[in-house]
Write a protein that binds this ligand. Structure first.
Ligand SMILES: Cc1ncc(COP(=O)(O)O)c(C=O)c1O
Length: 438
């Protein structure tokens, strides 16, 4: 048994929150050391000419993942920086050991987190709801909009089930009409994409509801141009940006969307259980809240869409630390690094005969998700091959009938050009065998 703490339980919890007892002080110190490390690295960054260099090698060491494998499927779930993990444990411990302080003190974080989240995405705190995940945020908006039978929603043919499902529910309950804009799986220009949506608008269209970060092909939809189109025609625009936060340097004002949902546990390094829902100030009164307790009638801010009831406040503190971690490195530097790695991957894949890259080469229309096909049933074999030979995690994605079936590779900041080259090497090896077999 461990010796009882000399502090009373309450004093202990307060000390825990202040970060001043033994192991807790150590955790706080660790986070401070990580912050200092990034600041020092930033100063050296300008002299660092190598594609990976000391900077990114050191950043990689700040992550909490098993060395056994390197996660290159952030599209589903990504690892946490050590400082985020420390923060999560620190506050989870309060919740576990002192539920009283868990409900009376910890929730105070919510409003400061909302402000931090707003600043991170170029919004105001009144435009931010703190949800649990992207699927929930999309459901809250879609379920909460007043739409009449016959009203039309425009979607693309490249949407995620978490985005299609709530619209199907709305179709059944409210009689709205879903129109799929036929977007080629290999759509590669802004004009082609915006033109396809413009041509599909009718007098009954009310909203354009699309992926920002297309999970199948890695396409980044031109949201700015689509928002402009929507607003010119008096429509709303809802963006499913599940992968956006932590992958792209998001700026809500620049994008001009009405609603955007994102999952910070994919690319940002936050724990599961927390999600971002942005609602443009002018659109807040267009959405009914879904999960309410008292006070919702008087709430004119996006926070009326926060799901009511107890939540994991530890996860909210950890999200705050993840935002700090990314801010210290720099959002634009992160986006640039992710795109540099993806460009190297696409270039390597383009040099392997028989490989078809589904993601646009244009960095305006692509970022950290790269998708490609090999044919001959080699895709699942590649997933196993790179896992067994190089300890890299990638996944299959897409749909054979739609011509989108393939492999999807994420290029987050903690991977190096070495791992990117390993993926290409794996593809080259399997494609060479395919060539011999036919
Ligand atoms: C484009 C897209 N939308 C929605 C989702 C659902 O996200 P979540 O499970 O975080 O709610 C995903 C998940 O990967 C996705 O890729």
């Amino acid at each position: 048994m461990t010796a009882p703490s000399p502090l009373s339980r309450r004093a202990f919890t307060r000390a825990l929150l202040a970060g001043s007892t033994g192991s807790i002080a150590a955790l706080g110190g660790l986070n401070a050391a990580i912050a200092q490390k990034i600041t020092a690295l930033n100063q050296k960054f300008l002299d660092d000419e190598a594609p990976d260099g000391v900077y990114w090698e050191e950043i990689r060491r700040l992550y909490e993942f098993e060395d056994r494998f390197i996660m290159m499927n952030n599209g589903t779930l990504g690892p946490m920086p050590k400082s985020v993990f420390n923060t999560l444990m620190r506050y989870h411990r309060v919740q576990v050991t002192n539920p009283y302080d868990g409900y009376s003190i910890l929730p105070a974080v919510r409003e400061s987190l909302r402000t931090k989240l707003a600043a991170f995405v170029g919004a105001s705190p009144e435009e931010i709801a703190i949800t649990s995940n992207t699927t929930e945020g999309l459901n809250f908006v879609i379920g909460g909009l007043d739409l009449k039978p016959g009203d039309e929603v425009l979607m693309s043919t490249l949407e995620h089930p978490g985005h299609i499902g709530p619209w199907k529910l709305k179709e059944k309950r409210a009689g709205i009409v879903i129109k799929e804009v036929p977007l080629s799986a290999t759509a590669k220009t802004v004009d082609e994409i915006v033109g396809a949506f413009a041509a599909a608008i009718t007098p009954k269209t009310r909203i354009i509801s699309i992926s920002h970060t297309v999970f199948i092909t890695g396409l980044i939809m031109p949201l700015k141009e689509l928002s402009r189109l929507a607003h010119d025609k008096g429509l709303l625009l809802l963006a499913d940006s599940a992968h956006g936060i932590g992958m792209l340097d998001l700026d809500m004002k620049a994008l001009g969307v009405d609603f955007l949902a994102s999952s910070p546990y994919k690319w940002l390094g936050a724990p599961t259980g927390v999600g971002l829902l942005y609602v443009r100030k002018e659109a807040v009164d267009k959405v009914w809240p879904t999960v309410v307790s008292s006070g919702w009638e008087a709430n004119a801010a996006a926070s009326k869409l926060d799901p009511s009831g107890q939540r994991s406040d530890a996860a909210l503190y950890a999200l705050g630390e993840a935002l700090d971690f990314n801010t210290r490195i720099g959002k634009s530097r992160i986006e640039r690094r992710i795109k540099v790695l993806a460009a190297r991957l696409k270039q390597g894949l383009a040099e392997v005969p028989g490989v078809k890259v589904h993601t646009p080469a244009d960095p305006y229309l692509s970022a950290g998700l790269t998708a490609f096909s090999m044919g001959g049933g080699l895709e699942p074999k590649l997933v196993d091959f790179v896992r067994e030979k190089y300890n890299l995690v990638v996944r299959t994605t897409g749909n054979a009938k739609a011509g989108t079936y393939g492999i999807r590779v994420s290029t987050p900041i903690y991977v190096s050009t070495k791992e990117v080259d390993m993926v290409v090497e794996g593809v080259r090896t399997l494609m060479a065998h395919k060539g011999r077999a036919t």
